[in-house]
Design a protein around this ligand. Structure first.
Ligand code: SAM
Length: 225
């Protein structure tokens, strides 16, 4: 997808009418309630890739100067001094960057000593371009990107049922040749399938969840001094 098409997609999302928002089915996933989220924020915190989102308490950096974005820049070359941020969020971005090692190096560089970095990436998830889609990650693959940081928590944020449901929906759309049929499938299947998402509350408790987990996460800490 080229960048203009992506910007158009963001603008269309913003402009979606009241009726469409009312009818929009709930997400096909639930977040793992066992993922810890209470790591401290500091005076300065960085959110990577939050186009179209309001992220209170963070500097929101994205490739595109969209609503909610404080700074348009490439995460491969962050325009900040080293050791600036207490907390850095990088959620569903690393699969979209050309060089994830370089981005991870930049995230570690701008993280303050004692600060926390949160990485979330898809493992089993359909192709989705923002503005490109280069790869998928396992938890071990993510750790390879940040060898200098201590892993303080790791796991699956969304589980096997989320994987199954998003693939069923994508498969159905593959079968439908016309856009309006795919829109219809999005709404009807979305509403029909979403109650199954709660199965992940059970499955995420098992050690097998990661075999076809949807998104994995790491919380990492930079050593003091
Ligand atoms: C899948 S979206 C993630 C959105 C958000 N984190 C969320 O969970 O809803 C990926 C975002 O990363 C941004 N992005 C992709 N490559 C980037 C890069 N090299 N530097 C900064 N942002 C980038 C895209 O523009 C897009 O807004």
């Amino acid at each position: 997808m080229n960048t203009t098409a992506l910007e158009q997609r963001y603008r269309a999302r913003e402009a979606r009418g009241f009726l469409r928002r009312l009818l929009e089915p709930p997400a096909l996933f639930v977040m793992n309630p066992r993922e810890p989220t209470d790591f401290p924020l500091g005076r300065w915190n960085l959110y990577i890739g939050g186009a179209g989102r309001s992220v209170a308490g963070y500097v929101n950096l994205d490739l595109f100067p969209m609503p909610g974005v404080d700074l348009a820049a490439d995460a491969e070359q962050l325009p900040f001094a080293s050791a600036t941020f207490q907390r850095v969020e990088c959620d569903a971005v690393l699969e979209h960057v050309r060089d994830p090692y370089r981005v991870a190096g930049e995230l570690c560089r701008v993280l303050a000593p004692g600060g926390y970095l949160h990485l979330v990436t898809p493992f089993c998830h359909p192709f989705h371009e923002y503005p490109r889609d280069y790869r998928r990650f396992t938890p071990d693959g993510l750790k390879e990107l940040v060898p200098g940081l201590e892993v303080v928590a790791e796991g699956w944020r969304t589980g096997p049922t989320a994987t199954l449901l998003v693939f069923v929906l994508e498969y159905a759309k593959c079968l439908l040749p016309w856009r309006w049929w795919r829109v219809g499938a999005h709404f009807t299947l979305g509403w029909l399938l979403f109650p199954l998402r709660y199965l992940d509350l059970l499955l995420l408790r098992t050690s097998r969840a990661g075999r076809i987990g949807n998104h994995c996460y790491l919380w990492l800490r930079k050593a003091n001094g």
